[in-house]
Design a protein around this ligand. Structure first.
Ligand code: SF4
Length: 388
């Protein structure tokens, strides 16, 4: 039975966050030791199963089609390709796989069926399977659960107020509704956010209020540091200081004692000492692999050296919750309903998102002009010969 407190206020969380660092670290490490093995850290692998071309306008994301980031998109991966990647991840110490697809929401149909098959395959390899596929309905959550999904990721990103400065194509309530749909199944909830997007400390506290007052609290909370990618609206954001990360991890640990706190994007900018302090403060998971969806990440061999140096052990799968069974597609109790839920579209204007979009349009125009000049300078005879 969980004893976690669910009625944190923003002021209480700010008091925790802003206290002298040594007090904060001591308090967080004490809570951490009460609920977790301090020498065990889970290694999770993030796999981008469908990259780029996303219709959303998340200001931090290079996968949004409307920004010019030079990202090469990919269609949905095949099940066999996913299986090969998962076997590689397992061999290098991962016990969890998170599959990400750049979608606004899940649509019933062959692509979702393919993802369900990926979930079945990975669960049968005895790995915890997590998916992040955008907004979903209760029926879709049931079908994922039945396939053997262990966790569903759906980040709140920031406070409700600051969310409006980051994304205009959906609302905070849509996020909460999706989390609610996941909660109607046995699938665990993974939800966290990003720091360093220009938000205030009050917004970080606001996000922790939103997460910690969920009942039950999310089993998993990833804390990301913004990786500012050229071409995105946040390209000019300065990297955060390691102290912000340590304070955020420690505060998350205190307000959500039983949660797995995941040190996520931004680790390439952190020293081993900085990461060690985050583990001491309560982080008990990292993401492995040389890329995190689309941004750089430390090499897994470097991570294993760090584990050795710090005396950390990779966490085995299904330590926190039993492995769910997998029901094969032919035995499924749930049919595709082909629902078309009306997720919101606030479409308010965010200045920096608009500017990045405008830049993208300009770059496209220039590319077109260059292309047509190149085409004109190639003699027609050569084009015809190449056409044969
Ligand atoms: S964060 Fe997800 S929803 Fe937002 S633009 Fe990127 S891929 Fe799309």
């Amino acid at each position: 039975m969980s004893t976690a407190k669910h009625h944190w206020t923003r002021e209480e969380i700010l008091t925790i966050y802003n206290q002298p660092l040594m007090e904060l670290l001591y308090q967080a490490a004490t809570v951490h030791r009460k609920h977790h093995d301090p020498n065990t850290v889970q290694v999770a692998t993030l796999l981008s199963i469908k990259t780029g071309g996303c219709p959303e306008d998340c200001g931090y994301c290079p996968q949004a089609a409307r920004y010019h980031t030079g990202l090469e998109g990919n269609d949905l991966m095949s099940v066999s390709h996913v299986k090969a990647q998962v076997l590689r991840a397992k061999a290098s110490g991962s016990s969890r796989v998170c599959m990400g697809a750049a979608w606004r929401n899940i649509k019933d149909g062959p692509e979702f069926d393919q993802v369900l098959e990926m979930v079945r395959v990975i669960n049968k390899l005895d790995m915890e399977v997590c998916c992040t596929l955008g907004m979903l309905t209760e029926n879709q959550a049931q079908r994922l659960a039945e396939a053997g999904l262990y966790a569903y990721n759906h980040n709140l990103d920031s406070s409700e107020e600051y969310y409006k400065e980051v994304i205009s194509t959906r609302g905070y309530q849509d996020r909460l509704d999706t989390i609610d749909n996941v909660r109607k199944t046995n699938v665990t909830v993974c939800s966290g956010g990003i720091i360093g997007m220009g938000e205030k400390i009050e917004d970080r506290a606001g996000m922790l209020v939103a997460l910690s007052t969920l009942n039950p609290q999310p089993e998993s909370v990833p804390i990301n540091a913004l990786v500012a990618v050229e071409g995105t609206p946040m390209e000019e954001q300065k990297p955060i200081e390691i102290w912000d990360m340590i304070r955020m991890v420690a505060t998350t640990r205190i307000v959500m004692p039983e949660t797995q706190v995941r040190l996520s994007a931004g680790r390439t900018e952190m020293s081993r000492e900085g990461q060690a302090m985050c583990f001491f403060a309560g982080a008990n998971s990292i993401f492995a692999g040389d890329r995190l969806l689309t941004t750089p990440n430390p090499d897994v061999h470097e991570d294993m050296k760090m584990f050795e140096l710090l005396g950390l052990n990779p966490q085995k799968p299904f330590i926190k919750k039993m492995q769910p069974p997998t029901v094969e597609a032919k035995d499924s109790q749930f049919k595709s309903l082909g629902e078309k839920p009306k997720w919101s579209r606030p479409e308010h204007k965010i200045d920096r998102n608009e500017k990045a979009r405008e830049k993208e349009r300009e770059k496209r125009k220039i590319e077109k002009v260059i292309q047509s000049t190149v085409n004109q300078s190639i003699p027609e005879k050569e084009i015809q010969a190449a056409d044969k």
